[in-house]
Design a protein. Sequence first.
Length: 478
Amino acid sequence: MNEHADHLIIHAHLFTMQGEGVGYVADGAVAVAGSRIVAVGPTPELIVRFQATEILDATDCAVLPGLIDAHMHTPWAIARGVAQDVAHWMQKALAPYARYVSPEAALAGTKLNVLEALKAGTTTMVDYTRPVPGWAEFFVQVGVRGRLTPTINALPPGGMAGWRIGDLYPFDEAEGQRAIDEAMAFARAWHGAADGRITVMLGPQAPDMLPREQLLQVKRLAERGGLMIHMHVAQGDREIDQMLKRYGERTPAFLQKLGYLDSQLLAVHLTEATDEEAAMIARSGAGMALCSGSIGIIDGIVPPSYIFRQAGGYVALGSDQAAGNNCNNIFNEMKLTALFNKIKYRNPTIMPAWDVLRMATIEAAHAIGLGDQIGSLEVGKEADLIVVDLTALNLSPVLDTPVRNIVPNLVYAASGHEVRDVMVAGRFLMRNGRLLTADEAAVRVEAQAQAAAVARRVAADPVHREMALMQAMAAGQL
Ligand SMILES: [Zn+2]
């Protein structure tokens, strides 16, 4: 007797990401019922076994798990490309913008960024930002998987604008408590929403941005609520300088004593971590979010992800923010991650294509605490998958023998625009390159209007003259 499936995807070059490699199945098929995968295997087997409501022919396509972006700041798409190629990126480029991004502008940026990422095959977005009305609602509307992290810091009003580099900044504990309370209220409202597609993480912005007592309070709340912590760790000389001045300790040792280093932590960046510190954090069970493009552009650093993995830790890829990166595209991150590490170690065998594809899928799923639900195509997991058109000129020819060239081309040649169909939790969000759950044109028009308004407000404030890129403007370089 035939089993029922809502969707049967057939004749694919199937990359399940099961096992230790990419789990390739020639002429592969995936059967989906409700939100879950009910079978994975050769097409001839599954078409006999299943009666499907809809059959999707994926001939000449690769089908793989939806990509995971483990660290984003979606509102910053509203300031795409205004803060790169400078020293002191946060203080000298981004800070003057921060105060003029209204909640409406932030939401317009989020919408732009979510759709950009979705069209490039990202199905799970770990987003870190100050919550604005409509943020979680947009994730629900579009149908992507969101792991949302409201910002918690105790910085005085105005944040970093006006702070002199090298000074120890004062804490505003009332602001820290307000942010903690806001994050917990957000978690109560949204953790587990939309049939579990929306989950919440707690996000102390960085160990130097919250008093020790409030860091401990966040840790207690996370443990009690079963929530992970998503935090920038050892990012930039600013943080280490603040930690040494305030506590006389570097970040990793400080966090270890504080009880922060365990599998509930997603540690972002680790740009300043030594190899020994990175290995210590990896052995604690914490996951790492590696933002190759962003950190390459804003800091000129290749973080110690290779060491982190050698020590047994899970590394996920993140696109960070479009003010500096300047795109939120995991295909781009896979390529940069492979290249940067080969260059760093002067060794072409480091981080091969199949390996970074794992960092964008199954390894990322483990790093963000969803390894039992997503990241591979296997029975019982959520049906988050993408169909990539291999007839694109830059992905042709497709060869299977004697060498199969698909994975290297997905990592080194694809741009993300070859993603044809996207499914999350058993529901198609994009078909034939067309978004089904959001109005792409309206989102772009709104983002353009909001971005122009933000830019006008920045330009009206004399502080903007101190922005590092003003010199490049004056010199005719932009
Ligand atoms: Zn970040």
